[in-house]
Design a protein. Structure first.
Length: 116
């Protein structure tokens, strides 16, 4: 079993920065892919960024150049550094672990609110 706990959300002004953290516990495998998703009011949940255990990353076009995902395998932590935040980044951000074969684990989310 895997548990994911997000932290670091909050209220920030447009142009500001936040760093989200995801603490993973339980059985983490070397091939697990961990990512950040977000869900804004009235919108479907969307992928923000993902990272493999080897450090390969991918980002949504809307956040490229502004957000950086990183991972500390020894500490079982994943981070999302968010810079140059915009009002459209306002959402609940979720940490996700994908193990393949349709197996997903989700955290409960952390709210990010960007004021214009």
């Amino acid at each position: 079993q895997v548990q994911l706990v997000e932290s670091g959300g909050g209220l920030v002004q447009s142009g500001g920065s936040l760093r989200l953290s995801c603490a993973a516990s339980g059985n983490i495998n070397s091939f697990d892919v961990i990512g950040w998703y977000r869900s804004a009011p009235g919108k479907e949940r969307e992928l923000v960024a993902v990272i493999t255990s080897y450090g390969s990353t991918d980002y949504a076009d809307s956040v490229k150049g502004r957000f950086t995902i990183s991972r500390d395998n020894a500490k079982k932590m994943v981070y999302l550094q968010m810079n140059s935040l915009k009002s459209e980044d306002t959402a609940v951000y979720y940490c996700n672990l994908y193990r393949g074969a349709g197996i997903n684990y989700w955290g409960k989310g952390t709210l990010v609110t960007v004021s214009s």
